[in-house]
Design a protein around this ligand. Structure first.
Ligand code: HEC
Length: 120
């Protein structure tokens, strides 16, 4: 085969192979910052969005944009450990333990994408 064909072919295979491989492997989940949960285990952010609209949006607004009796969560500087403590322990009018187990892990992963994450 001539080099004029071979070189572009090899390049194409290498580049598309890398892109496809990375997409499959997804080392960094899109939208989820590195520091994300710290020691807290996070679940599936997409499932968590659904959990959020069922269990949190009534007070914190659709997608945490505020408007209910709870504070706006979008852009709020907070750590995931603190969010988890708030969910587990409640506070003022926010009831303790509204979500647990997998739902809680998932909703934490979602909340991690809307707040301004602090470490710790
Ligand atoms: C019944 C209404 C209500 C529901 C439902 C609710 N919250 Fe809250 N939430 C509040 C209120 C009110 C506060 C402020 C509490 C306080 O001052 O301690 C709050 C505070 C918080 C805070 C702390 C904000 C801060 O500045 O420290 C987080 C994080 C939070 N809620 C997340 C959630 C998540 C996630 C869910 C769903 C699993 C949820 N909340 C469901 C009413 C609610």
């Amino acid at each position: 085969m001539s080099r004029l064909v071979l070189i572009p072919l090899v390049l194409f295979v290498a580049v598309s192979g890398t892109a496809f491989g990375l997409a499959k492997w997804h080392p960094a989940k899109p939208g989820l910052p590195k520091i994300a949960g710290g020691s807290v285990k996070l679940g599936d952010q997409y499932r968590g969005e659904t959990v959020f609209s069922t269990s949190c949006a009534s007070c914190h607004g659709q997608n945490g944009k505020g408007g209910g009796i709870g504070p706006r969560l979008v852009g709020l500087p907070i750590s995931i450990a603190r969010v988890k403590a708030q969910i587990d322990g409640g506070g003022n009018t926010m009831p303790a333990g509204i979500v647990k187990g997998q739902d809680e892990k998932d909703v934490l992963a979602y909340v991690a994408t809307i707040v301004t994450l602090q470490s710790g």
